[in-house]
Design a protein around this ligand. Structure first.
Ligand code: HEM
Length: 146
């Protein structure tokens, strides 16, 4: 039952995080005004909260749910997934700092600033797409390290 509850929570959180990432990609565009900056800064806080919850629920699954920590800690796809998730997290820092800066200065970003942030967001989306693939592989025992 715990396994099922954690699995459901994990999926919902992951979909929500991807939705927010995509919402940022759609909202950060040339010509965005100060209201859009305020909106995106608020959305970005949800991004951080969801990422934190995914870590908590993800590790709870890895440690307390059906297969146990030994299964995952010896799986290359598990570590690839964690590393990729961490990389997405690191890549989300510069956009977050930009949103905060724009909101504090009460300005609309220039076309160049928007282009830079969008580049970060696209790389995040691309890396994010690897996560379900790694997850599916690890869940099925691929990548066992003995
Ligand atoms: C946004 C990031 C993440 C995405 C997109 C993601 C995606 C997924 C998906 C799609 C599954 C289901 C795999 C399947 O049953 O075929 C899964 C399972 C799982 N995930 Fe994540 N995950 C993420 C983050 C994490 C993190 C940070 C952890 C931390 C340890 C984690 C731990 C797990 C565990 C333990 C399972 C269970 C696999 C099994 O059934 O054996 N996930 N994940």
């Amino acid at each position: 039952m715990l396994d099922l509850a954690l699995a459901i929570a994990h999926h919902l959180l992951v979909f929500a995080l991807f939705g927010i990432l995509f919402a940022e990609l759609i909202s950060v565009r040339p010509g965005m005004d100060r209201e859009a900056v305020a909106r995106i800064a608020a959305i970005d806080i949800c991004y951080g909260v969801l990422a934190g919850l995914i870590i908590v629920v993800g590790f709870s699954r890895a440690i307390f749910a059906a297969k146990g920590w030994t299964y995952y800690s010896h799986n290359a796809f598990f570590w690839a997934k964690l590393g990729t998730f961490a990389a997405v997290g690191v890549l989300s820092v510069p956009p977050t700092l930009d949103y905060i800066r724009w909101r504090r200065a009460n300005i609309a970003p220039s076309a160049v600033q928007v282009r830079v942030v969008r580049r970060y967001l696209w790389v995040e989306v691309a890396l994010f797409a690897l996560l379900p693939a790694f997850a599916a592989a690890m869940a099925r025992g691929y990548g066992e390290m003995g």
